[in-house]
Design a protein around this ligand. Structure first.
Ligand SMILES: Nc1ncnc2c1ncn2[C@@H]1O[C@H](COP(=O)(O)OP(=O)(O)O)[C@@H](O)[C@H]1O
Ligand SMILES: [Mg+2]
Length: 389
């Protein structure tokens, strides 16, 4: 039982509180405490999350553990140099480290990430071998380009005697280039779909970011796998990520350069290889290292441009083929969407469909397309579409 003293003037009164009140008060206090603690911890958590994101976003280096010492100290050796250094790590990370474990460290030599043993190229390649459900008839326009690619990619596989008879060697590498969203990746997928060759896809940005520190090795081993599984096509999407004009003094560029050098070595090694062909795609041919474009490497370059009016119409047809349309004039849509890419047209058709769905319509109408276009033009200001010009 607890007593509370209340003074008022000269008198003092003594109240007695029931045990229940005390209990309740106590609980309330504890609740308050818990709330305060919660607030404190959540703000702390938020700080840590921000810090964490910051650490992760800094350029990272790859190092291997050379020695585990006491008190959570490990000695690391930086890849690509003989520099060694000591760093202290948390308990959990310390446990996870063994000799030769590979880690990513930041500028301050803190371990940011413990890397997997090493990405097994076979496991990676397995994920990369695919036969996607994209076919040439899903690509609007681009007939001459597709023809050229078929010739370069399929004929040598399907009719090798033809080449032998005429006495020419098929070109090994083709580069698709042009603005984003024009169908480059689609074309490569269609090639994969049509060919019986093993198709291995590599993505430039993934090589640089996902398989941190392993780009060069992965490139080498993937080409080995391609050769074992020949006939094979290696598709390198967004090759500019590895093959940009080499950036100088930029952290992490060493690693990218090594990947690139390996790629060049593989391209040059072709002569003695079986039936391995390479397709690469880029939105930024202007950024591409000229070394890649030298004879014997990607010597067949095929531009995939923004579609002309006829191409846009064909792309509208592709992307509306499963839509119930009512009085939609695709011809007219094609003529007012100058400058739109295939991806833009896909977005417009999808948006028009959404307008129809929102009003619970049975069919997609021209007015749905008008609204979709307006919305699209707003998003992409700078592009001038003129309705009903
Ligand atoms: N020529 C085209 N015909 C039909 N759809 C296209 C065409 N070009 C682009 N698209 C649409 O845009 C999307 C992105 O195209 P993609 O091939 O990835 O472009 P990129 O040239 O940037 O590789 C495709 O999934 C497709 O829906
Ligand atoms: Mg692409």
């Amino acid at each position: 039982m607890q007593e509370i003293l209340v003074r008022s003037g000269t008198e003092s009164l003594v109240f007695e509180e029931s045990p229940r009140d005390v209990k309740e008060k106590e609980l309330k206090e504890r609740l308050l405490e818990a709330l305060v603690a919660n607030k404190y911890h959540s703000s702390k958590l938020q700080d840590l999350q921000i810090e964490n994101a910051r650490l992760k976003s800094m350029p990272l280096f790859i190092a291997s553990v050379v020695e585990k010492q006491n008190e959570n100290i490990v000695m690391l050796r930086m890849h690509g140099s003989e520099r060694e250094f000591l760093t202290r790590v948390g308990d959990k990370v310390y446990e996870a480290l063994d000799l030769n474990t590979r880690v990513a460290v930041n500028n301050a030599f803190n371990i940011v990430k413990v890397l997997s043993r090493s990405a097994d190229p076979r496991a990676v390649a397995m994920q990369l071998i695919e036969a996607p459900e994209t076919d040439y008839d899903m690509i609007g326009g681009l007939d001459p380009q597709i023809q050229e690619i078929k010739e370069a990619m399929e004929l040598p596989f399907t009719e090798p005697e033809l080449f032998r008879r005429i006495g020419i060697k098929p070109q090994r590498g083709i580069l698709l280039y042009g603005p984003p969203g024009t169908g480059k990746t689609m074309i490569a997928r269609a090639v994969a779909h049509r060919t019986n060759a093993t198709f291995i896809k590599l993505s430039g940005p993934e090589l640089v970011h996902k398989y941190l520190g392993e780009g060069a090795r992965l490139v080498r081993e993937i080409f080995q796998i391609a050769q074992e599984k020949a006939p094979a096509i290696v598709f390198i999407d967004e090759i500019d990520a590895v093959g940009s004009t080499r950036m100088q003094g930029n952290d992490g560029s060493e690693e990218v350069n090594r990947t690139m050098m390996q790629l060049l070595a593989e391209l040059d090694g072709f002569k003695d290889r079986g039936e391995v062909r390479v397709i690469a795609a880029t939105n930024r041919i202007d950024m591409l290292d000229p070394a890649l474009l030298r004879p014997g490497r990607f010597d067949r370059k095929i531009e995939i441009p923004l579609p002309e009016k006829e191409g846009r119409r064909a792309i509208f047809v592709v992307h509306t083929q499963h839509m119930p349309l009512e009085d939609v004039d695709l011809e007219m849509l094609a003529s007012i969407t100058e400058g739109a890419s295939g991806a833009d047209i896909n977005a417009i058709a999808t948006e028009a469909g959404m307008f129809a769905i929102r009003r619970k319509g049975e069919k997609v109408t021209m007015s749905d397309f008008q609204k979709a276009l307006e919305k699209f033009v707003q998003k992409k200001s700078g592009m001038e579409f003129c309705m009903f010009a």
